[in-house]
Design a binder for this molecule. Structure first.
Ligand code: FAD
Length: 434
């Protein structure tokens, strides 16, 4: 159906839309987070007319401040490396885990998979604005304070209704839509694609603190995970601006022991934990504490005629391994590449090359998240670290696990990826015998 006939059909179906302003694009992207910006850059470079609609005015805060090395290749391919290098974000070379007096470091330069051995720890309001501005500089139209409220499809062509800040609406007709709307989860909601979550709902409370007692050198700048109980842990993510993000995550019941405003409660939680108290009691909160719960998300479909769903809008499991932004950039990049091919009339296997590919990574991380919360992965981390020095087999396993933590969950030569469930449960069984 030609563009004009499409429009006639929609106007016939929705006569009240007759007088509405209408734009035409090849690819419409919902949301200017990392997923949307990467998708926009890739699609724009292929010569297509691309537009992003973004509900908020930037800078806006989103949680998700520790990246994984795997996302660096996506950011580079999307053309963001120079502008990101110029921001001097805190470099992240690994991740440290602490449980009582046990301490283990996964160093990304000692991993199994070839790839990036470092990444960044980023204040997201700033990071996301840098990416979105860069995309605008490339020539992509980004409309802020513009919320997609409705969409209808005729075949693979869609007409979306966009509401602007002043309440006025207009339409965008697109040959393809990439939904990168994060927790907005626009297409899963509008197309009834939400999938129920089976894992128990968890909660997080977080804030940015001054960090005047930050230890000097690498140790002070490292992301650190402090495990308090099997299902209660803290992240400490130092930034290059001197502030540090602190967040508690766990079973909702743990949070019921604290009272007052979110700022008061996160301070009480810090005072409750010796490793946290020493560094953060008395520090000033610079970004007010926020809470989020039941954040896991899943969709029944990740693509359909004329659309693909990326980043958090599609799947999100848990914050523990900092995988969210990496899935966001990777799925955004892939969706844009496949959309370009689709619009060029090429045969595209969306089932294998998009859905199954993304879900393979998601399922790999799910094994690690599940075994983190049942405690077995924590045992694996500390055991392999303590024994790696004297035991070459354990040293190899530590490298293979390190690659998963670096985000290389598509490297099927890694047994801790290829047979993730079996590898993790077998190792946990062996460790229990010691
Ligand atoms: P977002 O960055 O959320 O961007 C989506 C954009 O879409 C937003 O700007 C929004 O305004 C816009 N939007 C929404 N609805 C509409 C609409 N109707 N119309 C137009 N625009 C719309 N990930 C990590 O990698 N590292 C971490 O350390 C980490 N920590 C986390 C901690 C917690 C407690 C939680 C819950 C998550 C964490 N994550 C982390 C996950 C991370 O937050 C997300 O995976 C990541 O932000 C997803 O990026 P995105 O581009 O898909 O969506």
């Amino acid at each position: 159906m030609g563009q004009e006939n499409q429009s006639n059909w929609l106007i016939k179906e929705n006569p009240y839309l007759y007088n509405m302003r209408k734009e035409f694009v090849d690819i419409l992207i919902i949301g200017a987070g990392p997923s949307g910006s990467v998708a926009a850059s890739i699609a724009h470079r292929s010569g297509l007319k691309v537009k992003i609609v973004e509900k908020n005015l930037f800078p806006r805060f989103v949680i998700g401040e520790s990246l994984l090395p795997k996302c660096m290749a996506d950011l580079k391919e999307a053309g963001f490396m120079d502008i990101l290098e110029a921001q001097n974000y805190q470099k992240k070379f690994g991740a440290r885990f602490i449980r009582n007096d046990q301490n283990c470091l996964f160093d990304f330069s000692e991993q199994y998979t070839d790839g990036w051995s470092w990444t960044w720890q980023v204040p997201r309001a700033d990071f996301d604005q840098v990416l979105a501005k860069e995309v605008e500089k490339m020539g992509v139209s980004v409309s802020y304070e513009s919320t997609l409220t409705d969409i209808s499809f005729e075949g693979s062509t869609s007409v979306s209704t966009i509401q602007e800040k002043d309440g006025a609406s207009y339409q965008i007709e697109a040959k393809f839509v990439i939904d990168s709307s994060g927790w907005g989860r626009v297409l899963p909601r509008l197309l009834d694609l939400d999938k129920p979550i089976s894992s128990p709902p968890r909660k997080a409370i977080f804030a940015h603190f001054t960090d005047n007692l930050r230890p000097k050198g690498d140790a002070g700048n490292q992301i650190t995970f402090v495990i308090h109980k099997q299902d209660l842990w803290t992240w400490i993510i130092p930034f290059s601006n001197g502030l540090t993000s602190v967040g508690f995550v766990g079973n909702i019941a743990h949070f019921e022991n604290f009272e007052g405003s979110p700022d008061e409660r996160i301070k009480q939680m810090i005072d409750d934990v010796p490793q946290m108290k020493e560094r953060f009691t008395g520090q000033e909160i610079k970004l007010d504490a926020m809470e989020i719960s039941a954040y896991a998300a899943s969709a029944k479909q990740l693509y359909g005629p004329g659309f693909a769903i990326t980043g958090n809008s599609s799947e999100f499991i848990d914050p523990v391994f900092s995988s969210g932004v990496t899935f966001a950039t990777h799925s955004g990049l892939l969706a844009a590449k496949l959309a370009i091919k689709t619009l060029n009339g090429e045969d595209v296997n969306w089932e294998d090359d998009f859905k199954n590919h993304i879900l393979q990574g998601v399922e790999t991380f799910r094994t690690y998240v599940d075994s983190w919360y049942d405690g077995t992965l924590q045992d694996i981390f500390f055991y392999t670290s303590e024994t790696a020095k004297d035991n070459p087999t354990n040293a190899t396993m530590k490298k293979q696990i390190c690659s998963v933590l670096a985000g290389y969950v598509w490297d099927e030569t890694n047994p801790f990826v290829k047979k993730h469930k079996k590898a993790v449960s077998s190792l946990a069984r062996v460790i229990k015998m010691f």
